[in-house]
Design a protein. Structure first.
Ligand code: TIU
Length: 232
């Protein structure tokens, strides 16, 4: 028997650039990228490399507000973490050695072995910690689709749209938005919920997403999403 096509979810407009995003809540997942201690917390790996983590920490409050509204609306939320198996079997030698740093992935760092699954620094910050039942995608790469089961997880839930937040704008958020775009997902990126150690890369990354009539997707602000969800 051929299944009936699912009713299209009712759309709500979210103010965005380059034009309003046609938000269909039940077909849309909130995808929170790599809000991990080692990238965001003072004393973590990111800061030990000389980065100013306050540039990333400003994303915590708007992500918390968005996540709370998303949970209250009972919509799909998915978290990701960048990291590797303790035996480093999924870590390309290129990724380990390219930085030519004294401290690289797998080495003992300020919060356990750097970007190794199960270590304190690899885990998600307490403010945004996943609740039971919320999927957590452990990814070895920058993009959330490569070498993960994210695509089948989204297909199982009939998700066609993604609101992508997290860090960093031009690295893991951008790679994931590009991967999602090529797989047929519409992506909306709220600027205040993403951040970079390099403000100019943050700005350029967002500009690239919405350029050319939305070549990779839409850019907005969390307040516009909260308004569409009916959250003041
Ligand atoms: N999550 C993510 O973006 N991983 C990175 O390594 N980002 C940097 O900006 N280095």
């Amino acid at each position: 028997m051929i299944a009936e096509p699912r009713q299209r979810a009712r759309a709500r407009a979210i103010a965005a650039e380059p034009y309003a995003f046609d938000f269909r809540p039940t077909e849309c997942a909130l995808l929170i990228i790599d809000m991990q201690r080692d990238f965001l917390e003072p004393g973590g790996f990111g800061e030990s490399l000389g980065n100013d983590v306050s540039l990333l920490r400003r994303t915590i409050a708007p992500n918390c507000a968005l996540l709370a509204a998303w949970r209250a609306a009972h919509l799909t939320v998915i978290h990701t973490r960048e990291g590797h198996h303790p035996d480093l079997s999924d870590l390309p030698a290129t990724k380990k050695h390219r930085a030519r740093s004294d401290l690289t992935i797998g080495d003992p760092g300020p919060m356990g072995r750097i970007l190794i699954r199960g270590e304190r620094g690899h885990d998600i910050i307490p403010e945004l910690y996943p609740q039971p039942g919320e999927p957590v995608i452990d990814k070895p790469g920058k993009g959330a689709f490569w070498a993960t089961d994210l695509k089948s997880l989204l297909d199982d839930r009939e998700i066609r749209q993604l609101i992508v937040t997290g860090v960093t704008t031009e690295v893991c958020v951008h790679t994931t938005v590009r991967e999602a775009n090529d797989r047929g997902f519409d992506c909306l990126v709220p600027a205040d919920c993403t951040g970079s150690y390099f403000p100019e890369f943050h700005a350029a990354g967002l500009a690239m997403i919405k350029a050319q009539s939305g070549i990779f997707g839409w850019v907005s602000h969390s307040e516009n999403i909260l308004a569409a969800l009916g959250t003041p």
